[in-house]
Design a protein around this ligand. Structure first.
Ligand code: AMP
Length: 349
């Protein structure tokens, strides 16, 4: 059977885990990354270093790849369109264009009649001063992640306490009193053809994911609703591959869509050990048109992100039988940088 070579844009830990999963099912990968020290270099069959808008780099990448996918969303639309003119790019570039902009993303979710937090487009200081979405979070429309480009504004007086760069566009989001945060990871193979993982409960520290728990401890109604909403979004986007929908649950048990990630997701790392088929393998299966296999959860699990120097404690440490340590092999330890993760499995309840 024909096995395509999969081109992956982005060489971070998600690219590494995708490349490893591909290898396990006999799919070769070529990674394109603008960082020559990218960790995925250690895991992929081939690695191309270059800028994402460099014509020659893209040509080389196209020549080596049969199908192209990506592991992060902040890729220039033009790059994806250029690649799409000669090879299949999955998920489609148009999906990425909507999701990489918080305003477009939230408008899209509302068009699907699903609830988001209340938000308002902010194009200037005047807009912000006229807003009544306080207490709120001001977030850049593009390029923010892990709390980067975000300001917590308790009231209008707070506006001048931050050095806000008004050359960016923002949204301000009403602050939600959170009871829990959960995510739903799913893989869509085609029209109404899904594998949906059980909702995962997520705990953030400093707006960075720290712990994930599988399954999330939530009532059945919320569990079913979150899975249904995630599949409505995937169907509306005509999405192919693995994606993740992050949700908020407030103190009154209202569910809100927070974000969509058009890619494999950090909260889904525990699928590597807790399921028969991980989110990574499923992404590759869907994108490369391979067989869809019914997923089965085999364990309950907890995942701990190892951030900055926390990785040191685990390098060389003897692990228990139910513990799985992943070192992303990043060249430099940096504060707030995700360096690796640990998954601990438990018997299913
Ligand atoms: P985001 O980058 O939008 O996913 O935000 C990162 C984290 O900040 C979320 O996972 C929440 O823990 C917190 N957060 C973001 N927006 C809100 C909000 N509107 N209300 C309460 N907490 C929020």
């Amino acid at each position: 059977m024909f096995r395509p070579v999969l081109g992956i844009i982005g060489g971070g830990q998600l690219g590494s885990l995708l490349a490893s999963a591909a290898k396990s099912i006999d799919i070769k990968t070529v990674i394109l990354c603008d960082d020559n020290d990218a960790p995925a270099k250690h895991f992929a069959d081939e690695f191309i270093h270059g800028e994402y808008n460099d014509e020659n780099t893209l040509k080389k990448f196209l020549y080596k790849s049969d199908i192209i996918t990506y592991e992060f969303e902040n890729i220039p639309f033009l790059t994806l369109k250029t690649l799409e003119s000669s090879k299949k790019v999955i998920p489609k570039p148009e999906i990425n264009r909507v999701i990489q902009n918080r305003l477009f993303e939230k408008d899209f979710v509302n068009k699907c009649n699903l609830r988001t937090t209340m938000y308002q487009h902010i194009k200037s200081k005047n807009d912000l001063e006229a807003s009544n979405f306080f207490p709120g979070l001001l977030k850049t429309c593009t390029l923010g992640y892990d709390g980067k480009g975000q300001y917590k504004l308790n009231n209008k007086e707070d506006i001048d306490n931050f050095n806000i760069d008004y050359s960016n566009e923002y949204i301000i989001e009403k602050f939600v009193n959170l009871k829990k945060e959960i995510s739903v990871v799913l893989t869509r193979f085609g029209h109404q053809r899904y594998e949906i993982y059980d909702p995962i409960e997520n705990v953030h520290e400093d707006q960075i994911l720290k712990f994930s728990y599988l399954p999330a401890i939530i009532d059945d109604q919320i569990r079913d609703k979150s899975k249904e909403w995630a599949s409505i979004l995937a169907e509306e986007l005509d999405y192919i591959g693995t994606m993740c929908v992050e949700f908020f649950i407030d103190k009154n048990d209202n569910l809100y869509v927070n974000e969509i990630a058009p890619r494999v997701h950090n909260s889904g790392h525990l699928t590597l050990n807790a399921y028969n088929i991980s989110q990574f393998e499923n992404h590759i299966r869907a994108v490369c048109g391979l067989e869809k296999i019914k997923i089965e959860r085999q364990y309950d699990a907890k995942m701990i992100n190892l951030i900055g120097s926390q990785i040191n404690e685990y390098r060389g440490k003897k692990l228990n039988e139910n513990e799985y340590f992943y070192d992303y092999l990043k060249k430099e330890i940096k504060e707030k940088r995700k360096m690796g993760h640990l998954t601990i499995l438990n018997k299913k309840d």
